[in-house]
Design a protein around this ligand. Structure first.
Ligand SMILES: CC(=O)N[C@H]1[C@@H](OP(=O)(O)OP(=O)(O)OC[C@H]2O[C@@H](n3ccc(=O)[nH]c3=O)[C@H](O)[C@@H]2O)O[C@H](CO)[C@@H](O)[C@@H]1O[C@H](C)C(=O)N[C@@H](C)C(=O)N[C@H](CCC(=O)O)C(=O)O
Length: 491
């Protein structure tokens, strides 16, 4: 594409060179070899892409987009903008023919619930014969093929490529899990969202956002980018704050909830470990809903999907069948072993709030003990310490026995992580043991369990790696459980 077209509708200064040249690719990593590319210099957390421009040029870049002054050979075009991350998103959208003009994009944000909402909504939309792609924590799904990705929300260059692939293969919808990182780092800027969904907010990612207010404001950005509807969880205090904030918005706000007054709500909820049924109330009708996931959080998440489906004109029959068709979500309250009353469940719960909710789902149905295996993934800041104290408290109060282990400690101080977590359990009079090796921790949980017990492996969910130091090792909780159960004999 012509460089001048790539820069369409943007504000920039042409510092040197010409816009009259063809660009083969947009790149933001200088190590990528690509002739005739446009290299975008990002001022990162650890290093500055402007210092890498020379390497990018050696690797084939013929133009660079900068936000600071740099010196490069005369033949190379230099374009200066105010913010290269924001510009990268616009450039990526232009380069891919602005694909969000051609597809209905629904963004889902909030600390928990994003993945299950995309599953519910995709199933509903498919039932209504709408081809639907997904970009999220479990990867990108185009034409029902899973493309693995590193981040929940990819960088704009990749995101726009995925959207284009969906648009040219006649997808009607794309559901995007929009992380707060992606909003703050402009990964989804210049994407047209028809609908935004807000689930909830609880402490997480505070290494980036520092305070809950900053975290909330990052999330709230999504709702200034939507054109058709904003769908907000009325049961969440930050949801209420968002509803208030959007009072003068031109975009319609629809609310959902179980406890607070809302446009879409549930009554007569009946829970079992296998699933949940409830009566749905919408502004237009009531209907019976069955889902195969247990607990209030899934009622709430299904209500979000229903509100989004309604606002896109989907009929109740497709909603009912679509929801009933979702039987399993990778690493989300997933039963990986079951025999009689004994169950092993893997769940992504990795915050105090999510852990409390997940154990609360189990509690009424477990005759024996709830054995919890968990670690705390958080940095060494005060916020990280609060998270360790919080998750330790929940473990003590809600589980019968906890096995404290590691969850992607990366280069954080393992001694402190373990001590602060176990201190919190002790202070709240919980029973626990510390086994740092997560595989051994799972094996131990299985070894001590009895026939009526339930083991909850919390934190990793769908993940298949464990990151210790700089090393990333393959780690499948499901496989470890299957193997350990082969030799398990209940007393
Ligand atoms: C904290 C964070 O979000 N970091 C993102 C950030 O990294 P950074 O600022 O450290 O990058 P950097 O290493 O300083 O490099 C700056 C620039 O120089 C470039 N570079 C770097 C090295 C080199 O040799 N040459 C070169 O050109 C890099 O490509 C980059 O453009 O910019 C990078 C490039 O845009 C991102 O890939 C990276 O995401 C990393 C992979 C990450 O792990 N992010 C996580 C925390 C994240 O985004 N998580 C959210 C939330 C998930 C959830 O909901 O739980 C997600 O959406 O996944």
């Amino acid at each position: 594409m012509r460089l001048s077209n790539i820069l369409k509708d943007m504000e920039y200064d042409l510092v040197q060179g010409t816009l009259d040249q063809d660009i083969s690719e947009i790149i933001f990593d200088s190590r990528i070899k690509q002739t005739n590319s446009l290299f975008i210099c990002i001022s990162g957390f650890t290093l500055d892409g402007h210092d890498k421009a020379e390497e990018a040029i050696q690797n084939g870049a013929v133009a660079v987009l900068v936000e600071k002054d740099i010196h490069v050979p005369n033949g190379v075009t230099v374009i200066k903008v105010e913010n290269t991350r924001n510009a990268m998103a616009k450039v990526a959208s232009n380069f891919n023919d602005n694909p969000s003009d051609d597809i209905n994009v629904i963004g889902i944000t909030g600390t928990n619930g994003k993945t299950s909402i995309t599953h519910f909504l995709k199933s509903i939309l498919n039932e209504a014969n709408h081809k639907t792609g997904v970009i999220g924590t479990l990867g990108t799904v185009i034409d029902d093929e899973l493309i693995p990705t590193n981040n929940t929300t990819p960088e704009s260059v990749d995101l726009q490529k995925f959207l284009k692939d969906m648009a040219i293969t006649d997808h009607d919808y794309c559901l995007i899990e929009v992380s707060s990182h992606s909003l703050q780092l402009k990964r989804v800027a210049h994407t047209k969202f028809s609908t935004g969904i807000f689930t909830n907010l609880s402490p997480d990612h505070l290494e980036l956002h520092k305070t809950m207010d900053e975290y909330f404001e990052a999330k709230a950005q999504l709702f200034t980018m939507t054109e058709k509807a904003n769908i907000i969880n009325a049961d969440d205090i930050y949801g209420q704050r968002l509803i208030e904030q959007l009072r003068d918005s031109n975009v319609k706000t629809l609310t959902y909830g179980i406890h607070e007054k809302a446009d879409f709500y549930a009554s007569d909820i009946e829970y079992s470990l296998e699933g949940t049924s409830y009566t749905l109330h919408t502004p237009f009708e009531t209907a019976k809903i069955n889902i195969h996931l247990p607990g209030e959080i899934y009622v709430s998440n299904s209500l979000a999907a229903i509100a989004a489906a309604y606002s896109n004109g989907i009929a109740i029959e497709a909603i009912q069948t679509g929801l009933a068709n979702v039987s399993n979500i990778d690493g989300r309250f997933e039963t990986v072993y079951s025999s009689g009353n004994f169950n092993v469940i893997v769940d992504f719960a990795h915050t105090e709030d999510a852990l409390q909710k997940t154990i609360s789902i189990l509690k009424p149905f477990v005759k024996g003990n709830i054995i919890l295996v968990f670690g705390v993934y958080a940095d060494m800041s005060e916020n990280g310490r609060d998270k360790r104290y919080g998750m330790g408290r929940v473990a003590a109060e809600y589980a019968d026995f906890s096995i404290v282990t590691l969850d992607n400690p990366k280069n954080h101080d393992i001694e402190t992580i373990m001590k602060e977590t176990t201190d919190a359990i002790e202070r709240n009079k919980g029973k626990f043991i510390e086994i740092r090796d997560r595989e051994k921790a799972i094996q131990y949980a299985i070894e001590i369990s009895e026939q009526d017990d339930c083991i909850l492996l919390a934190g990793k969910g769908h993940e298949t790696t464990q990151v210790i130091g700089d090393e990333e090792i393959y780690f499948s909780e499901k496989e470890i459980v299957q193997k350990a159960m082969e030799t398990k004999v209940f007393q």
